[in-house]
Design a protein around this ligand. Structure first.
Ligand SMILES: [Zn+2]
Length: 296
């Protein structure tokens, strides 16, 4: 039977169903792109592990292939076809992360207590950055004081955007993901800096907030905050990078007892410093997917 043979009210019903399913599909989150240059703007070393360690690990991994692009070209000449991995890697630029502070007012949690915390945290960040394959830039603002100097922070971020010219910028959602005042300040300052940048830029920057999926309760601990007013518009699968994410978190040894309240993978260490630190998280409790909201 053809649809035209059906009574008009049934035809209309079917058209409505089609429209609903189309609308549902168009609302479905898209996959976040790997192409171009991605910049994360964050407050403290270790913030990258809450916001986008999986996405960063993927970009870092793909960007490494750029250095063997020549091999890809040679392969192209020999086989007449460019392998997908190389073709994709050509478009991925090394990811960059901006940190406003060194997190020097945090806690040693028993790790190398005879050295200033900022020295220890810088080294931890270096290790984590190597694991994720990211470039880092640490600014000189004071930990815990970003709310007081928000306009200066905005100008610094704007200058950094002009230097780096990223295609997309990712920062915290307005709740700060843990409610930390510095996280909220950096989200606010970044939003304003991107707005100002886009007013004059030839190529506007896409701005994303990292939002947490409330269905991920088994993954996130009690300190995580949600931003229900920001829908999930983009996702990124992180399954294959879960071990790498775990290693990056473990690299921030001074912070694992804090992270135990954010990640259930480390909940047995929550507020329980170990000396010497021997932290081992559970891979099965790391995000399989990261969720983002495009706001501009
Ligand atoms: Zn932080």
């Amino acid at each position: 039977m053809d649809i035209c043979d059906l009574p008009v009210y049934i035809q209309l019903d079917q058209l409505n169903q089609l429209r609903d399913s189309f609308e549902q599909q168009s609302r479905r989150p898209q996959r976040l792109s790997n192409k171009g240059k991605t910049l994360f703007v964050l407050a403290h070393p270790d913030d990258e592990t809450i916001t986008g360690a999986g996405y960063l690990a993927r970009l870092g991994f793909l960007a490494k292939f750029r250095s063997i692009d020549r091999l890809g070209s040679l392969w192209n000449k020999l086989s007449g076809k460019l392998p997908r991995q190389f073709a994709l890697a050509k478009w991925v630029k090394p990811p960059v992360v901006y940190y406003a502070t060194l997190g020097e007012k945090g806690n040693h949690n028993g790790v190398r207590t005879d050295e200033p915390l900022k020295v220890v945290r810088r080294e931890e960040l270096k290790k984590a950055a190597k694991i994720l394959g990211i470039k880092t830039f640490v600014d000189r603002f004071s930990d815990g004081e970003l709310q007081q100097i928000i306009w200066r922070l905005e100008l610094r971020i704007l200058a950094f955007l002009k230097r780096e010219c990223p295609d997309r910028v990712i920062t915290f959602a307005p709740s700060g993901l843990t409610g930390h005042a510095d996280h909220k300040a950096i989200a606010d300052a970044t939003t304003r800096a991107v707005e100002r940048y886009n007013q004059t830029a030839e190529k506007p920057i896409e701005l994303y907030y990292r939002v947490i999926d409330p269905n991920e309760k088994g993954i996130t601990g009690p300190f995580i905050t949600y931003d229900p007013e920001y829908d999930i518009t983009h996702t990124k699968s992180t399954s294959v990078f879960r071990k790498r994410i775990l290693r990056a978190i473990e690299a921030h040894q001074t912070q694992v007892p804090e992270m135990g309240t954010i990640y259930t993978a480390f909940e047995k260490y929550a507020k329980k410093p170990q000396n010497p630190p021997r932290y081992k998280g559970e891979t099965s409790k790391i995000w399989r997917e990261e969720t983002y909201c495009r706001v501009k």
